[in-house]
Design a protein around this ligand. Structure first.
Ligand SMILES: [Zn+2]
Length: 136
């Protein structure tokens, strides 16, 4: 075990994934444009980032409000949060959303969608077919 370093493990993991899928796994979101305006925080390209995730904008917005423990309002393409939220913290919260509701934990691909099975909602990966339960 001690012979493997982290990079080596990553390479080994990648080499097991077909080329097309590993390209999609390198998917990234547009950089969030965040600015502080008085005592509010403005996420200027909220809709652009959400469109990239292919998720419901209200779901993303509610998640951010809950995680940040604040309230706010939506304003066209922008989202507004009460209080001065450090951009770093907001970015981390976006990453949490992606890890929880977008990324496949098996192959890392973002090509996923929700499916309903009985009373559970599953996140299904279109790239590798893996499913995992999510709490909406
Ligand atoms: Zn997958």
């Amino acid at each position: 075990m001690a012979d493997f370093d982290y990079e080596e493990l990553l390479d080994r993991a990648r080499s097991n994934i077909p080329e097309e899928i590993s390209n999609r796994a390198r998917w990234s979101l547009p950089s969030p444009q965040i600015m502080i305006e008085g005592s509010n925080t403005i996420f200027r390209n909220f809709i652009e980032v959400v469109n990239h995730m292919d998720r419901d904008e209200n779901h993303v917005y509610q998640f951010l409000l809950n995680e940040l423990g604040t309230s706010g309002s939506r304003d066209g393409p922008r989202a507004r949060f009460k209080g001065r939220i450090p951009p770093k913290r907001l970015k981390k919260t976006i990453v949490n959303y992606v890890n929880t509701y977008v990324k496949c934990t098996q192959c890392g691909a973002p090509d996923t969608h929700f499916i309903k099975e009985d009373r559970t909602t599953l996140l299904k990966c279109q790239a590798c077919g893996a499913t995992r339960p999510v709490k909406l």
